[in-house]
Design a binder for this molecule. Structure first.
Ligand code: PLP
Length: 263
């Protein structure tokens, strides 16, 4: 019998040290038993200390990659990660509207943990206007959610309000990741299209090996949707996967090391 492995896709930037971005996405797809296609929009020179250089690909090359994948593979869910600048956001939005790639997980990557800007200021409006309305789910962390909603988050009540505001901007479902908070536990908040909402609480792991956690959870949700899970179950399963990859970290590099995808 033919192998019916679901096909998914990441549209993102590379990480030369193999920890974040597209590397994290592909490792997650492999670990979750889906087949991953990869459309590169930017190449980064980076390591566990940070991002040293970024080179964007041309809009034409981005469009062509999406055409190449769309005219051959059968993608049933996909995610976007680092998109870099406004022209790339417009290019990706136009291309994904032309194809049927299935469920869309929007990880609104803005700034790396090391401080490097992975999305220009000008591109933020483009993400809101062009991509949020196309997304099945958007997965901001606390600082990204504050930027999208133009609103500060200080309390759990603020988290819920900001998630609602982001949903009003056009995203059907919102996962607001609490990892950047300073509480003893991490609280992620989920707001679904039908109004259902819930918190996911996990113990904060005291580690510097968290490079690529955001990429990983959005990739895992993408994979789980392609495997047929409901969005709610995909999010819960993905959260457990990321927690395991953080708890079982590996020692690579001398800074913020990567996750362990064979945990
Ligand atoms: N590099 C690329 C290409 C990314 O897409 C990301 C995150 O999305 C990062 C770096 C940053 O990863 P982190 O903030 O987990 O260090």
């Amino acid at each position: 019998m033919a192998n019916e492995t679901p096909q998914v896709m990441t549209i993102a930037g590379t990480d030369s040290s193999g920890g974040a971005g597209m590397s994290a996405d592909l490792k997650t797809f492999f670990a979750q038993h889906v087949y991953g296609a990869n459309v590169v929009v930017s190449v980064t020179a980076q390591n566990t200390f940070g991002v040293q250089q970024v080179q964007m690909l041309t809009p034409n090359m981005v469009t062509q990659q999406l055409t190449s994948v769309g005219s051959d593979l059968k993608i049933s869910a996909f995610k976007t990660g680092m998109l870099g600048d406004a022209i790339t956001v417009h290019t990706v939005a136009a291309a994904i509207e032309k194809h049927d790639f299935g469920d869309y997980i929007l990880d609104p990557v803005m700034i790396a943990k090391g401080g490097a800007r992975l999305l220009t200021e000008q591109a933020i409006d483009a993400v809101i206007s062009d991509l949020l309305p196309l997304a099945t789910l958007v997965t901001p962390n606390l600082p990204e959610a504050e930027v999208l909603a133009h609103s500060q988050i200080k309390t759990h009540e603020d988290v819920a309000d900001v998630a609602k505001r982001i949903q009003e901007l056009g995203a059907k479902n919102v996962l607001l990741k609490g990892g950047h908070g300073n509480e003893k536990n991490v609280y992620d908040y989920v707001l679904l299209e039908n109004g259902e909402h819930f918190w996911m609480k996990s113990q904060r792991v005291d580690t510097v090996r968290t490079h690529g956690t955001g990429d990983t959870i959005s990739a895992a949700i993408t994979a789980q949707l392609a495997l047929g899970k409901t969005l709610k179950n995909a999010i819960i399963t993905a959260k457990a996967y990321v927690d395991a990859t953080i708890r079982d970290g590996i020692y690579v590099g001398h800074g913020h090391g990567p996750l362990n995808h064979s945990a």
